[in-house]
Write a protein that binds this ligand. Sequence first.
Ligand code: UDP
Length: 195
Amino acid sequence: MRVNLLGAGIDNLNMQETVHKIAAFIKSGGRPRQVVTLNPEYLYRAQDQPKLMNLVNDADLVTPDGAGIVWACKMAGTPVPERVTGIDLMLNLMPLAEKEGWGIFLLGAAPGVADEAAENLRKQYPALRIVGTRHGYFKADEDREIVEQIKAARPQLLFVALGMPKQEQWIRKYKDEMQVPVAMGVGGSLDVIAG
Ligand code: UDP
């Protein structure tokens, strides 16, 4: 079930339920799914940009990314259980990805950062299958090559760190072509994981 906050539908799920839902998306083998972690800044911008709002409402899973969103849902009388941020969700998916053998692709951040993040994730989850990385400073005419790289790597989970709303728009544009079961924007998470 989704609650409506200023025009955006937000899934009424806690962290554990969100992880389970993503696992179910992957296991279902259905169409590619997009996850949006909705932060206050995005919601604010979406108020006068219908395309950004549509993107949220077309996403397969929308999480409350920030204490402000959780608070506003409560004030509106439609509470959601807890904050589910991009980085927390990404890190909560890792042990399951390792256990299930899901392939992970990291796209975004400055050159070298995704590789460092991959290295740190491998230290913590030695059996984690990181099937590809790519930095996020590319021109639009490189999109095609990147989409091909991701398709060929066949990940189950694609994390895109290009900043919002660019990452959400990029996923939206290419998700059907990439055929990745689950893709989500993760903002500055690769920088954080790279340390
Ligand atoms: N980034 C990128 N390509 C770009 C612009 C940004 O890869 O063209 C990366 C940037 O290096 C950083 C992330 O996207 O790792 C955005 O982080 P930020 O915390 O600004 O994300 P936001 O919270 O705005 O989504």
